[in-house]
Design a protein around this ligand. Structure first.
Ligand code: ADP
Ligand code: MG
Length: 300
């Protein structure tokens, strides 16, 4: 077991940012920590990495307690914080030398070369960090997090703020890094979890509301949702009679979200229903899966 979190509560003043959170993460998995902004993701990660003490409960990383044995924990954990704090005035190499020094890494230069190669920084290695694009700065952050070859990597929103190409590159990098270590990464994006994670935990307002294999989440994503707007009010029990519709959710009296199996196209049936009820369909469109839908499904 790489990470064991038991009944962890974090209180900021009057706010309960984490509420008796428990979970465990097996070695070698890439785990997505998914939740809306303010859910408590960064707080949990700061506790796991010994940057912040919990108010209650216990956390063990590779068997070591984060409060009692922080040095042992830090030896085994690499951390990329949310806003990737770097020194813009430092050169890439200089910065990595500084970090390697903190970790007292033997054979510093060799290890730095390996890291630069691993994260794909070779062509940018002689530049000042401040002149790098956000994607390359993220690579510097990843190199920093991995330089002491930690068993566990904690990455707080590693792709937030990157452009689509950079996102793909960083995701691929995380995937390959994750082949031989435990990675916990936070995100507020479903697709991210889908793209790279084996396990997913969903946190909402300080509570873990789901903890499941990513494939189970994928199965749910295969459900389809369409948004229909009629010219008049419609009752939900009428909509439920449409062939193929399995789920009805109100947006307003005239606008509804209709769920169905992904291999069923219910749009024709919706039009037939509208004709029969003397309604006009003003819009009909496929809906993106929203976080709330997944919350509901996984917590019901
Ligand atoms: P996330 O990373 O999921 O967006 P955070 O862990 O950053 O969430 O924050 C969870 C909640 O705790 C938020 O409501 C946030 O405002 C609050 N919070 C975070 N850090 C502090 C702090 N140092 N002092 C007071 N409140 C905080
Ligand atoms: Mg955060």
């Amino acid at each position: 077991m790489s990470i064991e979190v038991k009944n962890v509560t974090k209180i900021y003043g009057e706010q309960r940012a984490l509420n008796e959170v428990s979970f465990s993460i097996n070695s070698g998995n890439i785990v997505g920590f998914l939740g809306p902004n303010g859910a408590g993701k960064s707080t949990m990660m700061k506790i796991i990495t010994c940057y912040l003490p919990q108010s209650e409960g216990s956390v063990k990383v590779c068997g070591f307690d984060v409060v009692d044995q922080p040095i042992e924990v830090k030896k085994r954990v690499g951390y990329l914080p949310e806003h990737n704090p770097l020194y813009p005035e430092m050169y890439v190499r200089e910065y990595l030398e500084f970090i390697a020094g903190i970790h007292k890494i033997p054979n510093k230069q060799k290890r730095i070369d390996e890291m630069i190669d691993l994260v794909g920084l070779t062509i940018e290695r002689k530049k000042k960090i401040g002149t790098l694009s956000k994607g390359y700065r993220q690579r510097v952050g990843l190199a920093q997090a991995m330089i002491h070859d930690p068993e566990v990597l904690i990455l707080d929103e590693p792709t937030t703020g990157l452009d689509p190409n950079q996102i793909v590159e960083i995701r691929n990098l995380i995937k390959s890094i994750g082949e031989n270590r435990t990675v916990m990464l936070s995100t507020h994006l479903m697709q991210e979890v889908e793209a790279i994670c084996d396990q997913v935990m969903i946190i909402n307002r300080g509570n873990i509301v789901a903890n499941d294999k990513a494939e189970n989440l994928r199965a749910f994503q295969n459900q389809q949702m369409i948004r229909v707007e009629f010219d008049k009010s419609v009752a939900p029990n009428m909509l439920k009679t449409i062939a193929g519709v399995t789920d009805v959710e109100r947006v307003n009296d005239k606008t509804w979200l209709l769920g169905s199996a992904s291999d069923k196209d219910v749009r024709q049936a919706v039009f037939a229903f509208a004709v029969e009820k003397e309604l006009s369909v003003l819009t009909i469109q496929k809906e993106e899966k929203r976080m709330e839908d997944i919350f509901k499904k996984l917590t019901s």
